[in-house]
Design a protein around this ligand. Structure first.
Ligand SMILES: Nc1nc2c(ncn2[C@@H]2O[C@H](COP(=O)(O)OP(=O)(O)OP(=O)(O)O)[C@@H](O)[C@H]2O)c(=O)[nH]1
Ligand SMILES: [Mg+2]
Length: 229
């Protein structure tokens, strides 16, 4: 009897151990199954989420006399830090990313030898950025004004929104935005046109981004708004 009892106890124990192993294995399997299920749900959520809509792109031409700061501002907007900016020979194109849009900005060099060819590169533009040096001599300010007025009257630009940046605002000799607005006498010519005049400096790029955001708002407007002046 005893050996039999021992055997039955022994086999019961083995059965119990086996059962425990199978149960724990089943639990593990169930846990893995649950995890996998969860993972699938997560993956589905990640993969099946609609991609964000593409940002609209606008082609913008950037002009202004040499040294106004066009390359410096655009490089910083693209997070490119360049020491010792060299004058732009010909033109340079940068895709400048903003939260709601991408601006493909074509900067035209402002040197005397290049300036006369600016109008050849206007075609296809949807907006204009005009940069001037607020601390320039009166003579250079006058030259800037003439170029701006020519651009505003050009058949390929006259209906487009303009962002005018009175740059170098950090310079001690810089004229204020109000002084520049008075000096430029844009009112008669710019009446009915969409334009923004903002002060800017490479040392405050947040303000520059805000000015570009306002330009993007103008670019997004479907219909031409009445005079902003
Ligand atoms: N203090 C100061 N210096 C600036 C500012 N913007 C540009 N500069 C300096 O002005 C010089 C000319 O700047 P650029 O960006 O090359 O000017 P640009 O308009 O591209 O000139 P071109 O390519 O020749 O038409 C550089 O030495 C810049 O560092 C500014 O807001 N403040
Ligand atoms: Mg340049």
């Amino acid at each position: 009897m005893k050996p039999n009892t021992f055997l039955s106890k022994h086999s019961a124990l083995r059965h119990f151990q086996l059962l425990a192993r199978v149960t724990s294995w089943l639990n593990v399997m169930r846990t893995v199954a649950i995890l996998q299920e969860g993972d699938v749900v997560c993956l589905q959520k990640l993969c099946c989420k609609a991609p964000p809509p593409p940002r609209p792109e606008y082609d913008v031409v950037c002009i202004g006399l040499s040294g106004a700061g066009k390359t410096s501002l655009l490089s910083r907007l693209c997070n490119e830090i360049s020491d010792g900016t060299v004058p732009t020979t010909g033109f340079s194109i940068k895709a400048v990313p903003f939260e709601n849009a991408i601006l493909n900005v074509k900067e035209l060099g402002g040197a005397e030898t290049i300036k006369k060819y600016w109008s050849r590169y206007y075609q296809g533009s949807q907006g204009v950025v005009f940069v001037l040096n607020s601390a320039a001599s009166d003579e250079e300010m006058e030259a800037s004004r003439s170029e701006l007025l020519l651009a505003m009257q050009h058949p390929q630009l006259c209906t487009l929104p303009f962002l005018i940046l009175a740059n170098h605002q950090d310079s001690p000799a810089a004229r204020s935005v109000a002084e520049i607005q008075k000096f430029l006498e844009l009112q008669p010519l710019a009446r009915g046109k969409r334009w923004i005049l903002s002060g800017s400096t490479t040392s405050n790029m947040e303000a520059v981004k805000e000015s570009f955001s306002q330009l993007i708002c103008l670019l997004e407007e479907k219909e031409v708004l009445p005079s902003r002046i």
